[in-house]
Design a protein around this ligand. Structure first.
Ligand code: ADP
Ligand code: MG
Length: 412
């Protein structure tokens, strides 16, 4: 729970350090799973279905998605039994996981073949280019889940990315989970991407088992992972989609998405901004539905979003001036942005003022200490001066640190 305590803006803020957590801390995990996914692990069992032929994605759907969707991605978390999860793992564990995965990658069938690139062997230009293309994870900062949960230790050792030449089949090594398997491509062919995802999922399972290991799986929780938001299928099927009308009121977009069990994210990953009105829309739940059902929910929800977007666009076309409700929404969004900025500036000013007070107190304390420091002639006197100076330093440093952290959190 350290991540949630340190960084309250995180969606879940609770991470598991190993497989045993799911038994040991189930009294904490189950309510989180219920709240996030609407699934009760104590009474329900998880089902898996990777039969991609069952997905309903008609030619009409394909044409609609081709028109609106920039790119499609389906990913899931996979972890190997017997090794700690990244938030609890040691350097040895991490390197051992990397070895198992490297062997598994080299055993993949021809249609999924690729190369593994350890992160530390990539130049910063290569790393930046992979991140900009949406292929590679970000370096975990202290404000994010991984940094706060201790999963960024010894970075970049043991981390890496596997991908095929087209970057349509990818695996991440030792990021939030030991392994993230990913199928993605430009355009809106959800069925094609999901088909490749299912093939990769089966192949990674077989390849891991061929090394004598097995994946972390549980009858109630399904595939186990670091964050309780990723249990069950661990599947997030997303489309990058430009929604200029809905983008005018992001708060409303979030509400509409929630109604369809969808989650909107910005254009460069979780907690990022939607640059140019480009949103990453995905299924919110990962458990309680099979893989096929979750991707289907994403398709059906995105179709409804597109219908709303088209309705709004048609309304705008009909009248030269935007309807007053739209202007109101725009005004509301601007006002909210203003309020937010005002609040941040006030906090900043308040922090500076408090630090000023602390520095003045520090300066006064220092002057008093200087006086004392010239007097002592005995060991007792020296001890007193040392104690006084330590008290002074801790009185100044610790509140200043917490003030700065509080301010940083809010400014983000
Ligand atoms: P996850 O936790 O599912 O891996 P993140 O939100 O951390 O997702 O995003 C990882 C990266 O994947 C980001 O760079 C993001 O822009 C990219 N991404 C997510 N969905 C898509 C998509 N449909 N098409 C292209 N890139 C995507
Ligand atoms: Mg992530």
């Amino acid at each position: 729970m350290q991540a949630g305590v340190l960084r309250p803006h995180l969606g879940v803020g609770f991470t598991c350090g190993d497989e045993e957590c799911f038994e040991l801390f189930k009294d904490v995990i189950n309510p989180i799973v219920q709240g996030w996914h609407g699934f009760d692990p104590a009474t329900q069992t998880h089902t898996t279905d990777l039969d991609y032929t069952q997905l309903v994605f008609t030619d009409e759907d394909a044409a609609l998605f081709a028109k609106y969707v920039k790119s499609t991605r389906v990913r899931a978390a996979r972890n190997i039994s017997g090794f700690s999860l990244p938030a609890g793992s040691s350097r040895e564990d991490r390197l051992a996981v990397e070895e198992v995965l490297k062997t598994a990658f080299s055993n993949l069938p021809d249609n999924l073949k690729g190369t593994y690139y350890p992160l530390r062997e990539l130049t910063s230009e290569q790393e930046d280019a992979l991140q900009a293309g949406g292929f590679l994870f970000q370096k975990p900062g202290p404000m994010q889940l991984l940094g706060a949960a201790g999963a960024g230790r010894d970075w970049p050792e043991g981390r890496g990315i596997f991908h095929n030449p087209d970057k349509t089949v990818l695996c991440w090594c030792n990021e939030e989970d030991q392994c993230r398997i990913i199928a993605m491509e430009n355009g809106g062919d959800v069925k094609g991407v999901f088909t490749r995802f299912c093939q990769l999922s089966n192949a990674i399972k077989e390849a891991a088992e061929s090394t004598g290991k097995k994946l972390m799986e549980h009858p109630n929780y399904g595939f186990l992972g670091t964050c309780p938001s990723n249990l069950g299928t661990g599947l997030r099927g997303s489309v990058m989609i430009v929604l200029p009308e809905l983008n005018k009121d992001p708060h409303k977009l979030e509400e509409i998405c929630a109604g369809f069990d969808l989650q909107p994210r910005g254009s460069s990953g979780e907690h990022s901004a939607a640059v140019g009105g480009k949103w990453d829309i995905s299924n919110k739940q990962r458990i309680g539905f099979s893989e096929v059902q979750l991707v289907q929910k994403m398709i059906d929800g995105v179709k409804k979003l597109i219908a709303i977007e088209e309705e709004l666009a048609a309304k705008n076309d009909g009248s030269k001036a935007p309807p007053s409700t739209e202007l109101e929404a725009e005004n509301r969004a601007l006002r909210a942005e203003n309020d937010d900025l005002k609040e941040k500036l006030l906090l900043y000013a308040d922090t500076i003022e408090r630090m000023q007070t602390q520095f003045t107190a520090l300066q006064n304390g220092y002057e008093a200490l200087k006086q004392k420091a010239t007097e002592p002639t005995s060991n007792e006197g020296i001890k007193e001066v040392l104690l006084l100076s330590l008290t002074l330093v801790s009185a100044a440093v610790s509140p200043a640190h917490s003030l700065i952290m509080r301010c940083l959190c809010r400014l983000r």
